[in-house]
Design a protein around this ligand. Structure first.
Ligand SMILES: [Zn+2]
Length: 147
C-alpha cells in the first residue's frame, strides 16, 4: 500500500469476483444490449471489492467510451476507499468472446485487466485478459461466495 507503482501482473494473476458482483455486471451488460456496456472493477490483489457501472456515452453496439464524469467519480471513490483499478469491463453483444482489434489498439490502462462479456443466445460468457504489447493473455476468473 502507498506505493504509486503497482507491480506488473504476471501470468499467475487472477480476478476474483463474488456471485453478486458477477450478477451485477451480467445484469448491466444484458440491460444495455444491443449496445456495448462498460464499467470498472476495483479492489485489492485480484479480489474485486466494488463494481462501477459506467454509461457508454457512444450508445453503440460496436464501441464504447466511458462517460467522463462517471469515470472520474469512480476514480475518486477508488482513491478515497484505497482501492486499485483491477479491471475494465465491457460487453460484446455480438461477439467475439475475446478482445477486438480495436480493444487491443485502444487499451491504455495496461496494468488493469480487460474483462469482456460476450453473448451466445441468452447466455453471457465473462473472460479476463491482460493486454501486453497489443496481445492478449487470458487470466483466470474465480467466482467466490458472497460475503
Ligand atoms: Zn471490445
Amino acid at each position: 500500500m502507498g506505493s504509486g507503482n503497482s507491480a506488473a501482473l504476471s501470468a499467475e494473476s487472477y480476478l476474483a469476483l463474488t456471485h453478486a458482483q458477477w450478477a451485477a455486471m451480467e445484469a448491466h451488460v444484458s440491460a444495455e444490449t444491443p449496445n456495448e456496456a462498460c464499467g470498472l472493477i476495483a479492489g485489492h490483489n485480484g479480489e474485486a471489492q466494488h463494481i462501477f457501472l459506467i454509461e457508454n456515452e457512444l450508445k453503440s453496439p460496436m464501441r464504447y467510451r466511458m462517460a467522463p464524469k462517471q469515470q472520474l467519480d469512480a476514480f475518486m471513490d477508488m482513491e478515497m476507499e484505497g482501492w486499485e483499478l483491477l479491471a475494465i469491463y465491457h460487453s460484446h453483444p455480438n461477439g467475439p468472446s475475446g478482445p477486438s482489434q480495436t480493444d487491443l489498439a485502444e487499451a491504455f490502462y495496461s496494468e488493469a485487466l480487460q474483462v469482456i462479456w460476450s453473448r451466445t443466445g441468452e447466455r453471457w460468457l465473462c473472460r479476463a485478459f491482460l493486454f501486453e504489447n497489443k496481445e492478449a493473455a487470458e487470466v483466470e476468473i474465480r467466482i467466490g461466495e458472497d460475503e
